[in-house]
Design a protein around this ligand. Structure first.
Ligand code: PLP
Length: 412
């Protein structure tokens, strides 16, 4: 008899996106005449084609693999040196952050990294997770057996939920109690909030005091436009002693289907044995990656490298400006409709308060029925997402403008 990992059985069934798909399918079957009018503003996937610089670099890389003299087989598990050096230089050292080339670990995605990182942490940590947030942090901890069962509201026993609400600008403050592992996501999915320098300083202070580790998800870093906002947690003194940062090429270079990301594990971040002995996490993550991973494809890494060339940078900037132009169109449309909108300024997501106390699923159904637009119900991101819905700026401009028109025409 093969025993299974029973922690999987604690996961809440009917996860967000399958439920959205089910409701959309039912609506389209009942109303085949309006189905072609449907506009999806729900899923957090990019819509625009890849930057030409990345395309050209990947074509060249394929040609290299076609000749014996330039062929590449297995590369280093943690990424090619030329890509790690480019990342460390452009994303960190150029911004005044001390990060060494060999502290960069190239991977096939931040989603994967954030799940895999739990391999190097013990099972008895107190884990703090913002609410609402990207559901991967909670679910990977459930799978790893770090929680008890979920209650009726979907909150798992043993996790410390950090409430994100209008009063704190949707950026959680450090808890009064002790925790060991802290998830932060800035710019935030789903709320679009970005942590200020002061807010990150408070977290770094807390982490150093509690010997905690911060897992900092900066997948949307490229969307920050306000020059006062930090792009990396390593802009905060002390972060090199307590934080691991995660970045992805999914939302800047549009690599959601290509798959490339990286984690920064400074050699100065320690974990502790149960006896209280400090041990650096860097060699553990290196060992984990070299044992369980065989590297991102050569082609993909050449594509990622090309995003740092002058042409690549300009093309990424144009992509971001396109999506942020959509965010502005949507934001103004929602405001004209009289709705209370957060985010959409330094992030490609708008977080919208449902009017008249509508539940987030009721708002979802109403918008689907009356505007034929698919949004994401806030409750899918955590109990405190109830009463909100998320609108994504990943779309064509024409679609964003049409969505803004339709939301204004609705009877709220
Ligand atoms: C999209 C997204 C990522 C990116 O994940 P990849 O696996 O690199 O595509 C990471 N974190 C958040 C919060 C995201 O929304």
């Amino acid at each position: 008899m093969a025993l299974l990992n029973e922690h999987f059985l604690k996961l809440k069934a009917g996860y967000l996106f399958p439920e959205i798909a089910r409701r959309v399918r039912a609506f389209c079957e009942a109303h085949p005449d309006v189905a072609p009018r449907l506009i999806r503003c729900g899923i957090g996937d990019v819509t625009e084609p890849l930057p030409p610089a990345a395309i050209a670099a990947m074509h060249r890389a394929v040609d290299e693999l076609a000749a014996r003299e330039t062929f590449h087989g297995y590369g280093p598990e943690q990424g090619y040196e030329w890509l790690r050096a480019t990342i460390a230089e452009h994303d960190f050292r150029a911004r005044g952050c001390e990060v060494a080339d060999d502290e960069i670990f190239v991977s096939d995605g931040t989603k994967c990294d954030m799940g895999n990182i739990l391999d190097i942490f013990g099972a008895k940590n107190k884990i703090a997770i913002p609410d609402p947030v990207y559901p991967v942090y909670v679910d990977t901890n459930v799978m790893a057996g770090h929680t008890g069962p979920a209650n009726a509201a979907g909150a798992y026993a043993g996790l410390v939920y950090l409430p994100c609400r209008p009063a704190n600008g949707f950026v959680p403050e450090p808890p009064k109690r002790h925790v060991d592992l802290i998830y932060l996501c800035s710019p935030n999915n789903p709320t679009g909030a970005v942590a200020t320098r002061e807010q990150l300083e408070a977290w770094v202070r807390y982490a150093l005091e509690h010997r905690a580790v911060i897992l900092f998800d900066a997948a949307y870093e490229a969307y920050i436009r306000d020059p006062a906002l930090p792009h990396s947690i390593y802009e905060i003194p002390g972060a090199r002693e307590c934080a691991i940062e995660f970045r992805s090429f999914s939302k800047n270079g549009g690599f959601t289907g290509v798959r490339c990301a990286y984690a920064v594990v400074p050699k100065t971040v320690n974990g502790h044995t149960r006896a209280g002995v400090a041990h650096p996490l860097h060699p553990l993550w290196l060992r984990r990656m070299t044992t369980k991973f065989n590297g991102v494809s050569y082609i993909t890494q050449r594509g990622a490298e090309a995003l740092y060339t002058p042409e690549g940078k300009a093309q990424v900037r144009a992509l971001i400006e396109h999506y942020m132009g959509n965010a502005t169109v949507l934001r103004e449309g929602l405001q004209k409709a009289g709705l209370r909108v957060f985010g959409g300024v330094n992030a490609p997501y708008l977080w919208v308060k449902t009017p008249r106390g509508l539940s987030s699923w009721d708002a979802f159904d109403k918008i689907l029925r009356e505007a034929n637009v698919v949004v994401t119900p806030g409750a899918g991101f955590g109990a405190r997402g109830e009463g909100y819905f998320r609108l994504s700026a990943f779309n064509s401009r024409a679609n964003a403008e049409e969505v803004a028109r339709r939301l204004q025409a609705m009877r709220w």
